[in-house]
Design a protein around this ligand. Sequence first.
Ligand SMILES: [Zn+2]
Length: 347
Amino acid sequence: MLYKWLQPSCDEFKQAYLGGRLPGSVIIAASRQLGGENLALECAKLYLCHDPTPGGACGGCSSCRSFAAASHPDFIAVLSSTSDELDRGEDLTNNPTAVLENDVNDSRHTVRVDSLRQLSHWLNESAVGGERKCAIISNAHQMLPSAANSILKTFEEPPENTLIIMVSDSLSALLPTILSRAFKITVPEVKKETGLEFLKNSISGTLDLNRGELGLKLAANAPLGAKEYLEDGTVESCTEVIEALGVAVKTGYEHDAVKALLRLDSFKQALILNEFIDEVLKFKAGVSQAELPLLRISDPLLFAKLPATHLFKAHDDMIYIKNKAPFLPSRAPAALLTAWIKALVKG
Ligand SMILES: [Zn+2]
């Protein structure tokens, strides 16, 4: 099923394909939280369908049925993998669900040269079940330059009746040579209302609007990301941290705020604090509270007195912590956080 906010991007693909204007390679720029892989699968299904209509893939032909059954012989996806997963052959799949689940963010995962070599080999074999073949390269932003170079020639000029779809967090993460020949689809930012509507229908129980807006804010309005943050406790942790910061500003005692922050991993620490700093700066610039779900947790006026210079310094500290995360001594993030919360409180 295609998410509603992806429909215009899917239509872009459909019109190019049915209008005979599609080159052999497509790049979809959309994070996983925005549904980039979901869109890629929909495009692949349409491309392989024996009887495509202006409405999309027919859903009933042998291609559509084997795609749905995760057994399409002319569809393959390259996943981001560790070397162990590569050894076990888990880097290549024709299971669409595996593409959706290949959510990997640690440094051991990458799109591997060996996987792409196998892909090139597969693309050059003739189609089994129909006239066309389609491949998806998932998490293409995790591709090292050596891997990108290994697929460059095939990506620029795939064999006839073959489509390669790359999904990347952003276009800027890819080599210019990769970008040059491909049909590029950038999924636009999702409107808050659309995100909230999706959350209402997809999370269990009733959606609290403040929590929904907070989740969306932390996920840069990407609905699937907001859903994850609502379900994995990130929204609750964020609420705790901001409440504790409010208390710290009032009492001048930062210990609980630092403790609440340090319960989170460095990615979430930076995510929450950067959003917080961003909202304080916006509030000082006159943006209304309705647009600032983090600040609304506490009293925005409490934070408004924080000087911009301290906020920018805190922002730099967070970037430092994030970039140096694995190499900093374990007490260093705590020391830095303590120092900047103290500075903020004094401000
Ligand atoms: Zn079909």
